[in-house]
Design a protein around this ligand. Structure first.
Ligand SMILES: [Zn+2]
Length: 262
């Protein structure tokens, strides 16, 4: 049986509470990575989600590629959203036991490839390129400055108490990504369904279902998967979300609750 964490980026949208209700109804836990710039106006909804057992993670305050921001802007964006989430948990009366962070576009300061290629095997590089390609496109290896920026940002996350999602037993993931942010092992490509991307990708919900069959349901290895979906508040993507999560649940995917992992 495939074990997976469901992680949802770019929350909260107008469909946020709809997703919370849907996931509760089929008993699927999830981590919502929330953008600070979208939280204002939906604080009560986030507080409700926290009280109902969902984890609200940080997706930084500014939804921009952190390799394109100055170091100060990155640090400010990380700290600012951390304070907002602390307030939300305080407002919910729930202890923030799990602090998780995901960089917008998985860009940890290194751009479109998360680390130096030193020490990575060809297979590990390919694995990372595939994951990054599903999220941001073709990979370019980072330069020394970007790698040192990554180290500063990882250290900041560590100081703030963030930890990666545990249990991934894939060497490329553990060697390539940072230890203190949360990355993914699988991208649903749901963002291809967004109206402005449809012409480029021409994918349908059926294509996304087939991707799940080929890349998730067929898995023989025992690593935990970290799956990426999005919360856009756009009808076609929101419907696909419900359809694909229900499908995986019916197929026996075991969705893990990060709250219950020590
Ligand atoms: Zn995002």
């Amino acid at each position: 049986m495939v074990k997976a964490y469901l992680t949802i980026d770019d929350s909260p949208s107008s469909d946020f509470l709809g997703k919370v209700n849907f996931l509760s109804s089929i008993r699927v836990p999830a981590v919502f990575f929330c953008r600070g710039d979208l939280i204002e106006g939906r604080r009560d909804e986030l507080i409700e989600a926290i009280q109902r057992g969902f984890i609200i993670g940080s997706h930084s305050y500014i939804h921009k590629r952190h390799s394109l921001l100055s170091l100060e802007e990155c640090l400010d964006s990380i700290r600012r959203n951390d304070e907002i989430l602390e307030e939300l948990y305080l407002g919910a009366g729930v202890k923030r036991r799990k602090k998780v962070f995901r960089f917008p576009y998985l860009d940890n300061g290194c751009g479109s490839f998360p680390s130096s290629k030193e020490g990575l095997s060809i297979e590990e590089i390919r694995w990372l390129e595939k994951v990054m390609k599903d999220v941001v496109g073709e990979s370019k290896f980072p330069d020394i400055e970007q790698i040192s920026k990554k180290e500063v940002l990882q250290n900041e996350l560590k100081v703030l108490g963030y930890k990666g999602i545990p249990g991934v037993n894939i060497s490329a993931y553990n060697k390539g990504f940072g230890s203190f942010d949360s990355n993914i092992t699988y991208c649903s490509n749901d963002w291809h369904l967004v109206l402005r991307h449809q012409k480029t990708y021409q994918e349908t919900v059926k294509d996304l279902k087939r991707k799940i069959e080929e890349e998730i349901l067929s898995l023989k290895d025992l690593s935990v998967q970290i799956m990426l979906f999005h919360d856009y508040g756009e009808k076609i993507v929101d419907e696909a979300f419900r359809f694909l999560i229900s499908f995986m649940k019916e197929e026996g995917v075991d969705f893990l609750d990060l709250n219950r992992i020590s």
